[in-house]
Design a protein around this ligand. Structure first.
Ligand code: NAD
Length: 414
């Protein structure tokens, strides 16, 4: 048993047992750690708890209950643990030990030595997949004609690619050294890399790519999805992005018994999951023009970053976009927007992203009935145009309500 400060000791409930990769035993009274988050985080978390507790109670008639266990990160952690303690060891231990957790947005500390607290959590826990479902809720203002055709789930690789942070500034001694080394490998690099170039490294390998793609395919199987699309820029970057695509087909063949078929044969395989690939730029067009032909997407880090936000915009923006960062044993569900500091404690912000992240969490726990109830509550509440300011200002005839009122109405509407 880990030693926590008394401050963060759970009083009731049981631990989710991790039996192996992607195998869990979920008790009826799981302890779920939560990080409230900075800025609007406290308001959002309160609303999320209201909604999720109501759904679980209604779905299981009191036989199941989540025991929320507060752990600290960000400004609240500094208050509790002392200066510089933005991400206490206690918190990391809890996220690991309890396997499933949820967090509000965290403000990136200025000068705290962190690139971002969120990135640090992902790295420390090796949460290699960023999972973002993108789907339309009727009534949400959207910039496209048919937002309802978008129903995709994005699996973005979280640990490699140009995001690895290996970069050397233009004019630095390191950049010069690296350039010299690259010229020693191939003299043509002398023309390709100008002397004043800053340099960045894009590491991508089969280990990280394959585990991500495997997770995406497994998700498609478990959730009855029709296809998994590998999105890459392999026509240009052959040994990184192109290899990502090749590793994807290898995973499908070696781990799931996949077989190669021709384009013409696809129609005859409606009971099978089709693995296909698209060049990233073409996928951005397809996302707008033929979104209904795509279901699960697997992407390297940078493509995944762009694609997640572009698709989220099609269905009404980041305010309602849920997300999770996962490994095969740990999942941290989170709001996808930031901490919007200007609305701190005003009970004003939209809790939709955090509530929908909690819906993903319920599905992950296998508590589908409760997840469905929340979705029903959200659909009805939006249908009634009873929404927070960000949506109200774009919807004709809407009633603008507080964050807490939106949550309470969702609970009533289940
Ligand atoms: P932000 O997402 O906090 O805000 C961008 C805009 O969206 C603002 O106008 C804000 O008021 C609005 N907004 C955001 N969430 C909203 C909600 N739920 N309801 C209604 N309106 C909402 O982005 P930012 O201002 O660039 O960042 C603020 C802080 O959050 C920074 O410190 C940043 O590093 C951090 N951040 C954290 C996360 C995370 O925790 N995952 C993500 C992004 C940014």
């Amino acid at each position: 048993m880990a030693s926590y400060q008394k401050l963060t000791e759970p009083k009731e409930g049981s631990k989710i047992k991790v039996l192996g990769p992607n195998k869990f035993e979920v008790p009826n009274d799981p302890i779920i750690p939560f990080i409230e988050g900075d800025g609007i985080g406290a308001d959002l978390t309160r609303a999320m708890h209201t909604v999720i507790n109501a759904a679980v109670k209604k779905a299981y008639d009191g036989k199941r209950k989540i025991h929320w266990f507060e752990v600290y990160a960000g400004e609240k952690a500094v208050e509790k643990y002392g200066e510089g303690q933005y991400l206490p060891e206690d918190t990391i231990t809890a996220l690991k030990e309890y396997s499933v957790s949820i967090k509000g947005p965290l403000t990136t500390p200025v000068g705290g030595g962190f690139r971002s607290l969120n990135v640090t959590i992902r790295q420390v826990l090796d949460l290699f997949a960023c999972v973002r479902p993108v789907k339309y809720y009727k009534g949400i203002p959207s910039p496209v004609k048919h937002p309802e055709k978008v129903d995709m789930i994005i699996f973005r690789e979280n640990t490699e690619d140009i995001y690895a942070g290996i970069e050397y500034r233009s004019g630095s001694a390191e950049a010069k050294k690296l350039r010299d080394f690259l010229i020693s490998l191939d003299s043509k690099n002398k023309e390709k890399i100008r002397e004043d170039a800053g340099l960045g490294i894009k590491p991508m390998g089969p280990f990280a790519s394959k585990r991500l793609i495997k997770k995406a395919i497994q998700y498609a199987i478990d959730n009855g999805k029709s296809s998994v699309t590998l999105v890459h820029k392999g026509n240009i970057m052959k040994f990184t992005e192109g290899a990502f695509k090749d590793w994807g087909y290898e995973v499908a063949r070696d781990e799931f018994g996949g077989k190669l078929i021709t384009e013409a044969e696809v129609a005859g395989h409606t009971d099978k999951i089709i693995i296909k690939d698209r060049i990233a730029d073409s996928m951005f067009q397809q996302g707008l023009l033929r979104p209904d032909e795509y279901s699960v997407l697997a992407l390297p880090n940078l493509n995944g970053d762009y694609m997640s936000d572009a698709l989220a915009a099609q269905v009404g923006g980041l305010g309602m976009a849920p997300g999770a960062n996962m490994s095969d044993t740990i999942a941290v569900f989170e709001a996808t927007h930031g901490s919007a500091p200007k609305y701190t404690n005003q009970d004003k912000a939209n809790p939709g992203s955090l509530i929908l992240s909690a819906v993903m969490m319920l599905v992950h726990l296998g508590w589908k009935e409760a997840a469905d109830l929340v979705e029903k509550g959200i659909n009805k509440t939006i249908g009634q145009k009873y929404v927070t300011y960000d949506l109200a200002r774009q919807m004709e005839g809407a009633t603008e309500v507080k964050c807490s009122q939106f949550g309470e109405r969702i609970a009533e509407n289940m």
